[in-house]
Design a binder for this molecule. Sequence first.
Ligand SMILES: [Zn+2]
Length: 317
Amino acid sequence: MASYKKKKFIVKHKKIRKKIGVKKIHIITAAILMICILAAVLFCIVYFLKNETTRHSVVTKNITTDNTTLENNMTISNVTLESNITTDNTTIDNQTTQSNHTVLVKPKLAIIIDDVTFERQLNDILSIPLKITPSFLPPTIKTNFSAKLAKRTEFHMVHLPLEAMSFKNPEEATLLVDDSYDIILQKLKMLKAQFPHAIYYNNHTGSKFTADFDAMERLLKAMDEVGLIFIDSRTTADTKAPKIAKKEGKRLLQRDVFLDNVIEKEAIKKQILLAISKAKERNFAIAIGHPHKETIAALKEFAKECDEVEVVYIKDL
Ligand SMILES: [Zn+2]
């Protein structure tokens, strides 16, 4: 009975082979094989991609080197990234949330150190591990090397002497309220030749000059012509720079906090905190200090715990 069924199957099979043709059977077999191979390749690709996603979703690194412990816990899931970094006594917490391509960054703080004239002052500034912006006084007969010193910096400004209400020792070639547009332009062109890489200028003194609308208008127009940008040190509350900037629809960067009106380290540290709070209020702030040893010491201490703001050069505000 079984043998009969087997014979019947073989006959039926032969009939099918005859009907379809041997060649066609080979083609169909090859096609089925190709489909199987493609399916296998596709499965491998899907499996690999799934694995990659899982691998990147949780990354935990623990690195310990000498006294330095660096811990990164990164979770990119629901697009959230958290970094906790501890280095020596410094703890940096970064919380960055990415959602719909929006990245929350730290408020920016620019710290300018004015009146830079001597090498020692520049060395002090460069010893602070922060992006501090030195502002160089123009060279004078007595101190004619500030422009040379400026070449050692990554970024610097020029500290432009403007007429004060009362100042016993005005800098050489201080711009005066009565100076004509041409005199101002000539002076700026000379400074531009001495400090070819400086674009930003802030005023040294200038309580009289900046409070004079016409003089400031001449200065800002001349700066525009030479391709320079004015940063208002705000040596007087009566400065006309904001009014002129508003009139011309231009952005004006101005000093928010003086760090060292009181030259004591603790007082300077309080001013740094004030600058941080100003930066948090509107995402950036400008602080101005001077190359006093107390200011340098306070900034060095701040550098160790600077985690709430990003200290940037003035150009990066
Ligand atoms: Zn100054």
